[in-house]
Write a protein that binds this ligand. Structure first.
Ligand SMILES: Cc1cc2nc3c(=O)[nH]c(=O)nc-3n(C[C@H](O)[C@H](O)[C@H](O)COP(=O)(O)OP(=O)(O)OC[C@H]3O[C@@H](n4cnc5c(N)ncnc54)[C@H](O)[C@@H]3O)c2cc1C
Length: 404
């Protein structure tokens, strides 16, 4: 028995599911759209537990979806924040090399930035670095003036408000538990009844691989959760950092390395690290879910990933338990920071797709299947890029999903 019939159902009310819903309701006002979110509010997971940075696009391989959608998405995000009065600031950021061996990687970032169309990049030495960030130290740095900050939880709330005003329906506290695809409909079973739809878009973040399997598809990847833990600078010491100070990232990983981020509310946080989590929504070190753990351990790609990256994985675990080790990583950028300057902050859990071969999927990944689209890898900078992700999905999938 189904309660109602929709043209399209979106699973997941994070920033990506909401951005897709925003674009569909904007372009196709007559389409009956329903978004189902298992929590009692939208944006409760990755989209509400991130660094709040509007990334510029300097990091990503030219030509990749990440590069294209981040650069255009950052501009669209700033415009959206402006239009809707959401706090944001284009504060710029610096990426700092603290050792000579990082110079080639810094130069590669410069080349990527230019290739991705960023303007205003500046290469600076220690003197200029100190003028911008008096407490930072380094041998060379890149200034990226277009980087900004916002509050993505507030962005999610506004997306939800606009979707509803454009005629879409959002039901929170509705967890999708089953999917049945028949010749002329897809039945979506939830904890509060079933819904029928012509097409479905899976934007379930940390559970997107499970939703794909629920539909009878083979996602070919496993979502592995990586927790990112933050410390906050105590208010008396937040003047140590004026803006955003980042290290040169290790190109083997899709994570940026612990950095300092000033938030739109004026606080400064340090982090996030990237620790393997034993639960998909495991925000604390002690959070373990046996099903999540067993599904990771039974996936061949997990062991291949572990074999390739065990050393850096252990370093991250050590840094998670040892504040001294965490502070040491931060002191490479700002030597004056001391353990007493930091208090425990929040955490977030990244949904990182891993292939059977053990590779961490780098680019965004959208996989179509009969009347469905599975959004299987949208890690950072997907919050920045969300409006462009929504547009791209609607551009490429509106025919196959019957949205015209
Ligand atoms: C620590 C951290 C820092 C980051 N920093 C930045 C940053 O500074 N800038 C940036 O651009 N990006 C950043 N990111 C990345 C960004 O936050 C994510 O890429 C983005 O939020 C992904 O959005 P999403 O909608 O795919 O996922 P989510 O926000 O996780 O949303 C998925 C939703 O699906 C729901 N769901 C799951 N299963 C079901 C089900 N069965 N039924 C119904 N609903 C379901 C969940 O409850 C959830 O609300 C960061 C991420 C993390 C974790």
């Amino acid at each position: 028995m189904t309660e109602s019939r929709y043209s399209v159902i979106i699973v997941g009310g994070g920033i990506v599911g909401l951005a897709v819903a925003l674009e569909i309701t904007r372009r196709f006002p007559r389409v009956r759209l329903l978004l189902l979110e298992k929590e009692d509010h939208v944006g409760r997971h990755q989209s509400g537990h991130n660094s709040g940075v509007i990334h510029s696009g300097i990091y990503y391989k030219p030509g990749s979806l990440k590069a294209k959608l981040c650069v255009a998405g950052a501009a669209a995000m700033v415009e959206f924040c402006r239009e809707h009065g959401i706090p944001h600031q284009i504060c710029g950021k610096i990426i700092v090399a603290t050792e000579e061996e990082e110079f080639p990687r810094l130069e590669e970032l410069w080349r990527r930035g230019i290739a991705n169309g960023l303007t205003g990049l500046k290469s600076i030495g220690p003197e200029e670095l100190r003028q911008i960030e008096p407490n930072a130290t380094g041998l060379r740095a890149i200034v990226v003036p277009s980087t900004g900050i916002t509050n993505y939880a507030a962005v999610c709330d506004k997306y939800a408000e606009v979707i509803t005003a454009q005629g879409g329906t959002i039901l929170t506290s509705h967890a999708v538990r089953g999917l049945k695809r028949t010749a002329n409909e897809i039945v979506v079973e939830t904890n509060q009844g079933a819904f029928s739809t012509t097409s479905l878009i899976n934007c379930a973040g940390l559970f997107s691989d499970r939703i794909s399997r629920m539909a009878g598809d083979d996602p070919q990847v496993m979502i592995v959760p990586f927790r990112g833990e933050y410390y906050d600078l105590i208010p008396e010491r937040s003047s140590l950092v004026r803006g955003l100070i980042y290290p040169v990232p290790d190109p083997r990983f899709p994570f940026l390395g612990v950095h300092f981020t000033r938030r739109v509310n004026g606080t400064v946080d340090a982090g996030p690290n990237a620790v393997l989590a034993f639960r998909r929504e495991g925000y604390r070190r002690t959070d373990i879910n046996l099903r999540d753990l067993a599904s990771s351990l039974s996936f061949p790609g997990f062991w291949r990933m572990a074999a390739k990256n065990w050393r850096s994985g252990l370093d991250e675990f050590y840094r998670s338990f040892s504040k001294t080790a965490f502070v040491r990583a931060l002191q490479r950028l700002v030597p004056a920071v001391q353990p007493t300057d930091l208090m425990p902050g929040g955490s977030g859990v990244r949904a990182q797709a891993v292939t059977r071969e053990g590779a961490l999927v780098d680019d965004f990944k959208f996989v179509p299947s009969d009347r469905m689209l599975h959004v299987l890898n949208v890690p950072s900078p997907a919050a920045t890029a969300s409006l462009m992700i929504g547009r791209t999905i609607v551009d490429t999938a509106s025919n196959t999903l019957g949205l015209q």
